[in-house]
Design a protein around this ligand. Sequence first.
Ligand code: MN
Length: 503
Amino acid sequence: MASAISIDSVIRASRFPLKSDAEKRLRDAFLFAEKAHEGQLRRSGEPYITHSLHVAKILAEIGMDTTTLIAGLLHDVPEDTPIPLTEIETRFGEDVAYLVDGITKLGKIKLRGSREEYFLENLRKMFLAMAKDIRVVIIKLADRLHNMRTLEHVPKEKRERIARETMEIYGPIANRLGIGEIKGELEDLCFQYLDPEHYAETKKIEETYLHQGKAYMDETVTLFRRLLEKEKIKVMDISGRTKFLYRLWKKLERHDMDITRIYDLVAIRIIVPEVADCYEALGIIHREYRPMVGRIKDYISLPKPNGYQSLHTTVFGPQGRILEIQIRTEKMHTEAEFGIAAHWIYTERDQRGWKSFFSRKKDIVPKEPHGLEWVRQLQEWQKEIGRDDEEFLKGLKIDFFKNHIFAFTPKGDIIELPEDATPIDFAYAIHSQIGDAASGAKADGKIIPLDQHIVNGQVIEILTEKNKKKPSRDWLDFTKTANAKAHIRRALRNDGLFAGNGK
Ligand code: MN
């Protein structure tokens, strides 16, 4: 019963109107990808291109720019078809090729090691990989989301591993990027596969409760709207919203599975034009309905660590029933749902008029967000650069891990090195025997000198000589890592002991 997907549905899903040349590029990319994947099928039996289209559609829905949508359409081309990256670069430009290459490399990251190590290491690797261009990881998230939506077609014995990996790695990343919509859906999909019994139980509790509450909720929404409009507050949107199932389950667990103790099962979300309207609306509601002690939260003045802003309160609503209410501006709302991706929406909107859900009224500049340094940095750049889309995107590529580079082994393992590290540092980072026996190196398939500096993201292959067991003394002149230097010295010292025996 999968709904039909097409390039038209991707274009329709875009959060802002596409310029005619952007639409043309997108359609070109679709035809290119369709031809490249011709004859390939997904496990569901659908043509492979449906996956590429779904990934692009998810990216369109969260408001990504055209370059990212095109990279989304092409993301599996180098990995799964004979078409090389260079052809993508020729046809769609350097930026698209850069993103596609990034996704291909990210796909090769090996997941291994013990549980805790595995989690921390891989999270760190993902952050390293995303440091150069966050759009790479956003595409990866969209890719994983669609793969999770279609996980039922994957053989049963593989599902749990994939769901666990998603829960442990992709969920936290979506959270860090503030993309609540993707995080929520990913967690719910994982929950379904990792803990089917509790999933079913939670779903049933929710449905029973919601079914009873539907009419009440509709009445309450109308009541609140009237109340605010009577006081001259412009209500841009008001709706009841249910919690994601996994979040609900976590809460139920903490409250002895008693749903009547969960006050935010349904929250009423009110969107108003200005920050001042948020506080005014809160006052009006509190005048009419008594708030619960200790449940008024001002995330506008004190945003959550991931930058989330909103006013929350829990009141004894109509008929004395307990309700959570969230009040925020349109911009806060977009940022809450789409996080880091919201920045593209705003950049694009300012330039060519955004298809707003609510209105075109311009919002105030948000307060400096809290949380990860780089999120703040991004917003700083955006402020400085203003409306220059190109410049803003370039800023995103700045390496957040300034003094580090990472290179890949041909098998996709990541080796982290200091800046200006050489293939010899890389070789010793893998194993001292590989370092000692190194005789040459290739970077992205091309032979490079052993003293050449490795560039971030390169695939490095170390060529070894079977009978060569000792390093060269001059390697000490250009190696950067203490590890490599120590091994070279030790090997030379050992060699010195034998030198006297007339080798
Ligand atoms: Mn894919």
